[in-house]
Design a protein around this ligand. Structure first.
Ligand code: ZN
Length: 476
């Protein structure tokens, strides 16, 4: 068994169940851990723990990690995440769990902090912040009273690739556009057809948006709009996607068409499929568009009026979607800076709802995107609801902390670190929104398969990053 203080505390953390929302026992462990060592510890109502440890100099540094983990297991595995400890298995230089998530995200970060609090190391005064509920929307960090912190530099230990210094993250919001629509009885003598767009790869709308994969909702909206140019089609059913923050893989519509147009519409759908495959050949080659007759099991089916159909298709086709801007600050990595994802379409009889997740690491760009949604809603007569707002971590051209972290990295590793950004929310964004001028950087060891039962942490990397963390603190 590899032994080292960080691994020791990581195993302690794994022994205490700590899924999101169930961090009280681990928070209690950290609090008594601190008190036993004569360190001041406080736990707030959200369960976040702050431990202070004296050090050299007057300017403290905030060391931040989250103490909740994602609870996932293989379907045949018996494991109660509320009671059972995570079984840690050491194998081929890695730590993994036994058919469950390991919680190296972010248990390793918390273990680094505990190891620092436990030892006699050269460092500035420490403010170790352990947050809760990160994985379900950074709720702990959002509830944390940052006015108790005196540090103006923050080391976030929740990054899963060694050699990468994170210097920026996206802020975001959810935009729900609700379009009131009208229906009328379907004309007699028409044929009903089901059109499905499927076979897409999908993915997380933040992390995977850079791949420029196809969006099933957007493709279906485009196909329907194109079909209405040549055919009198009417819409009976429309739906697509499951979550606003996942790129939708499937979308479907039930339409009615004139008998004489039925085959021609099918041929147009097939031609559209060929074009979509060509358009996305490099990133999403399995797109299929399925067209076929269907039966509407309803006495008097109602379809969208022509006017409502027009507004619906305009709303879908004009909703911003996909990567919108790439980072001009961090060049050479093709980092998406601003994006939007039309994740869900729902049609419920008197409304069509379009749900989007939008993101940007530059606040004015996010506001600009929100304005686009508001203008679009006005133009098509829809109502827009914005919710789930979380703050960005804007890239700082001058960041003394990042520069020091890069310098120490280069000395330790003999190469330069990769300075990068994440196109999703990270906790430093929340702390920066509460502490203006806070200088932050995030890093961590190699962790693979986070949020899945395949999660594993590379032991040698955990140990190298520990040495790096100590060297960095020594130089602060
Ligand atoms: Zn994490």
């Amino acid at each position: 068994m590899s032994d080292n203080k960080v691994l020791h505390y990581f195993r302690k953390i794994c022994a205490i169940p700590h899924g999101s929302g169930n961090e009280a026992a681990l928070g209690g462990y950290i609090t008594s851990f601190a008190e036993k060592r004569g360190l001041s510890a406080r736990r707030d109502e959200a369960g976040n723990v702050l431990v202070r440890k004296p050090g050299r100099g007057a300017e403290p540094v905030i060391v931040q990690s989250h103490i909740d983990m994602v609870c996932e297991k293989n379907s045949d595995k018996k494991h109660d995440f509320l009671r059972d400890p995570i079984e840690v298995i050491e194998e081929n230089g890695f730590l993994r769990a036994n058919d469950t998530t390991l919680g190296a995200d972010n248990g390793i970060g918390a273990a680094y902090a505990l190891a620092l609090l436990d030892g006699a190391y050269a460092h500035p005064p420490l403010e170790a912040v352990f947050t809760t509920n990160e994985e379900v929307g950074m709720e702990g960090a959002a509830a944390f009273d940052a006015s108790v912190l005196t540090g103006r530099r923050l080391l976030n230990l929740d990054e899963g690739t060694e050699g990468v210094l994170i210097a920026s993250c996206a802020g975001g919001a959810r935009a729900d556009m609700t379009l009131p629509v009208e229906t009328e009885p379907a004309e007699a003598g028409r044929r009903a057809a089901l059109i499905e767009v499927k076979g897409l790869l999908g993915g997380h709308s933040g992390i995977m948006i850079r791949e420029q994969r196809a969006n099933a909702n957007a493709l279906l909206g485009r196909l329907l709009a194109e079909l209405t140019r040549s055919y009198d089609l009417r819409l009976y059913e429309l739906s697509g996607g499951m979550k606003d923050n996942a790129i939708p893989r499937e979308a479907r519509a039930v339409i009615t068409v004139r008998e004489a147009d039925f085959s021609a519409v099918g041929a147009a759908a097939a031609a559209f499929e060929a074009e979509a495959r060509r358009e996305y050949r490099a990133v999403d080659s399995g797109i299929s568009v399925i067209y076929g007759e269907t039966i509407i099991n309803e006495e008097t089916p109602r379809v969208l009026t022509r006017e409502s159909l027009k507004r619906t298709l305009a709303a879908i086709n004009l909703t911003p979607n996909g990567p919108l801007f790439y980072s001009a600050d961090i060049k050479g990595l093709s980092l998406v800076e601003t994006s939007s994802n039309l994740g869900v379409i729902e049609f419920s009889g008197d409304t069509v709802v379009l749900r989007s997740a939008l993101r940007s690491s530059v606040a004015p760009r996010k506001r600009g995107l929100i304005t686009k949604f508001e203008s679009l809603a006005e133009a098509v007569g829809a109502k827009i609801d914005l919710r789930g707002d979380y703050p960005e971590w804007e890239y700082r051209e001058k960041s003394p902390l990042r520069e020091l972290a890069a310098k120490i990295f280069t000395e330790a590793y003999g190469r330069e670190p990769v300075v990068s950004a994440v196109h999703a929310g990270l906790e430093p964004g929340v702390f920066i929104s509460k502490i203006p001028g806070l200088d932050a950087v995030a890093f961590g060891p190699n962790i693979y398969g986070e949020h899945t039962p395949g999660e594993r942490a590379e032991i040698s990397s955990v140990l190298r990053v520990w040495e790096y963390l100590l060297a960095l603190l020594k130089n602060m």
